[in-house]
Structure formats: structure tokens, C-alpha cells
Design a protein around this ligand. Structure first.
Ligand code: ZN
Length: 361
């Protein structure tokens, strides 16, 4: 008698976990590289990974504890050739976040994300995933009026070089996956409904991804969401039909798509089914970090079963819709709530896996 092939549904976090209150308090007083922060960072990372592993999550992150101030500008924060009056991101509750503006060339990162991985891997007993920011997001740092003696073409070349370097360093250090955060994809459709801005973002990110071989791209992923900060979003009203067809043209191996918060999930799943390519894995969001209640494992299970009706099971995985605190001072979700939600994702995915695995013989 032969056993039916066991079905596995991979499950991964997106990235961030709310920082401990004492770290947030200290961050309000001193800058990211202040030595006074070192023990707080170390404690926060150790505690995050311990609690992450306790949820049963087969893949963890460091919760982006050290990404100061956020997932967007961690690599350039502190550069002398920037000013704080860059691109403004408006959120649905009226608050805004601001990027840095480049004031002169050349463009270089001040730090690469693999420095976070070094610390995380010292503590972790399971595979560690690392997130990095997309070239398209950082391209917004270059001012519309240009920079004397530093043309945009040279900036883009330097940006692509830095991004490629960051990903290669993460992969070389053993990151299980490297996920490129592309939250500005959906925002691009809101800013420019003609789709031209989105097209330019996709083209730029594909220029970067083209620097990797098809084999190297297998552990590289890309994340889309409507933004998440203090339980508000920046582009939830944008129809996925205007984003996803182009999104799946990105030359990545893994796609992390916010889905739990969508009003009409079957409609989105149909769009995904139509545009997903055979060599692409999709991780659908089954947890809503933006919503206060904790999902039950059964709720998650049902979302996975629903997704499995549209997506080939060998390409399907689960994730959270977004990080739980992409900006380091976001206190809208507690650490307890974030880990409870992650536990529900892990348990619910396993429940679905058993049901689907059991019925296929
Ligand atoms: Zn996100």
C-alpha cells in the first residue's frame, strides 16, 4: 500500500513585529546608531525570535527590530547627502509619512540588510527570511528637478548596484528567502491611474531582478499590499485588477499578496489564477494585521481552502497581509496580538494542509 504524497503548504511572515515599548521610547530620544540602543536592540531581537519560534512558524524574521525608522529608509537613514523633505505618503486616516530626498550624488546605501541577518541567525533555530526595500521605492528619493552633475541615469545605475549587492549579501549569508517590499506598487496606481508610474516601477524592479539568474531568483520574493501604518492604509481603494496583471510580470520566484483584507477575495483569486505563471509561488495573506481581532485557526483554514479552489496547490502558500509594524514607532498592534495572529496563521495553514492532503489520494 502506498501512502498518498504529503501535501505541504508553506507559510511565511511578511516581516515586521511591533517593537518593545522600551525600545520605542529610547528611539524617540536618540538616533539609530547610538550605542545606548545596542542592548535594547539585542534584547528585542532575541525576544522576537524566541516568541516567533514559539508560534511554530517554520520561517521567522528578526521582526525588523533594527530597521530604523522603517522598512523604506533603513538603508539610507543618516546619509549626509539627504534631506527629510522627500516623497510624502498619505494614509487613509489623514496622517502622512515622508521619505528622504537625495541632495547630491553619488547614491550609496549606508547599511545593507544582511547586517540584520547576522544577528538574527545567531539566535534562530529555524530558517530566517530577510526583507529589503525595492529599487522603485528608493527611486522616489531622486528629485523631479534633477541634481546638478548627477543625472538620473547615473542615480538609477548606482541604485541598482546597491540593491543587487544587498540581495546577494543576504543570500550569501543564508537567508531562506529575500523579500523585496513593493508596497508602492499599489500606491502607484492611485497616484497615476494611467498605469505609467506602475509600468516604470515594474520595469525598474525587473532591471534589478534581471541581474540574477533564474536559479538565483528562486528564493527571491516580492510583496504587495495597500500599506499599513497605525491601522490605516495608503491604497486599499485601488482595484487589484489594475495592479496584479503587471505584478506577476516581475521576475521573482515568490509573490506575497495581501488578501485577507480584500472585500471580494474570490474575485481577487480569479485575477491571480489568470495571471500567475507556472514558475511562480504565491503566498496569500490570511491574516489582517490592520484589524484588531485575532483570527481563529478555523478562519485561516477556510481562507486557505478558498484559495486552493483557485490556485494550484503546489504553488500555494500563506502569509500575513503585511508586516505588523512597518514603521518603528507604530504601536497600533501589541506584540502579544501580533504573535497570536501568527500562531493562528501557522495552525490554520496546518489544518488546511491536513484536509487537502487527506482528501487527495
Ligand atoms: Zn506590506
Amino acid at each position: 500500500m502506498t501512502e498518498p504524497a504529503r501535501i505541504t503548504i508553506p507559510t511565511e511572515p511578511v516581516g515586521s513585529i511591533p517593537r518593545p515599548p522600551e525600545l520605542i521610547r529610547k528611539l524617540a530620544e536618540v538616533d539609530s546608531d547610538d550605542p545606548a540602543l545596542a542592548p535594547l536592540y539585542e534584547g528585542a531581537i532575541r525576544d522576537t525570535i524566541e516568541r516567533f519560534e514559539a508560534t511554530g512558524s517554520p520561517v521567522v524574521t528578526d521582526g525588523e527590530q533594527k530597521k530604523y525608522h522603517n522598512f523604506l529608509t533603513y538603508c539610507v537613514h543618516g546619509l549626509p547627502n539627504t534631506s527629510p523633505d522627500g516623497f510624502k505618503i498619505p494614509f487613509s486616516d489623514g496622517h502622512t509619512r515622508r521619505m528622504l530626498r537625495l541632495t547630491r550624488g553619488p547614491f550609496r546605501y549606508l547599511r545593507y540588510a544582511d547586517s540584520y541577518l547576522d544577528v538574527a541567525m545567531r539566535h534562530a533555530h529555524v530558517p530566517v527570511k530577510q526583507t529589503v526595500i525595492s529599487p522603485s521605492a528608493l527611486s522616489l528619493m531622486y528629485p523631479a528637478e534633477g541634481i546638478p552633475d548627477y543625472p538620473r541615469e547615473q542615480f538609477i545605475e548606482d541604485l541598482l548596484h546597491e540593491h543587487e549587492t544587498e540581495i546577494r549579501r543576504c543570500l550569501q549569508k543564508g537567508a531562506y528567502k529575500v523579500q523585496i517590499d513593493f508596497t508602492e506598487g499599489r500606491l502607484a496606481v492611485k497616484i497615476d491611474s494611467s498605469g505609467q508610474l506602475l509600468d516604470s516601477f515594474i520595469d525598474l524592479n525587473n532591471l534589478a531582478l534581471s541581474r540574477f539568474s533564474p536559479e538565483e531568483r528562486k528564493p527571491i520574493g516580492i510583496h504587495t499590499c495597500p500599506g499599513g501604518d497605525f491601522h490605516a492604509t495608503h491604497s486599499a481603494e485601488v482595484d487589484y485588477a489594475d495592479l496584479l496583471p503587471r505584478f506577476f510580470e516581475l521576475k521573482a520566484g515568490n509573490f506575497y499578496v495581501a488578501l485577507a483584507c480584500e472585500q471580494d477575495r474570490p474575485r481577487v483569486l480569479k485575477i491571480i489564477r489568470k495571471h500567475l505563471k507556472p514558475n511562480q509561488n504565491i503566498f496569500v495573506g490570511v491574516i489582517a494585521p490592520n484589524r484588531p481581532g485575532i483570527e481563529s485557526a478555523e478562519e485561516v483554514r477556510d481562507r486557505v481552502l478558498e484559495a486552493s479552489e483557485y490556485i494550484p496547490i503546489e504553488q500555494l502558500g500563506t502569509t500575513d497581509d503585511c508586516g505588523f509594524a512597518p514603521f518603528s514607532d507604530d504601536t497600533s498592534t501589541s506584540r502579544d496580538a501580533a504573535f497570536a495572529k501568527i500562531r493562528a496563521r501557522v495552525l490554520g495553514t496546518a489544518l488546511a494542509e491536513n484536509l487537502i492532503g487527506g482528501s487527495s489520494s
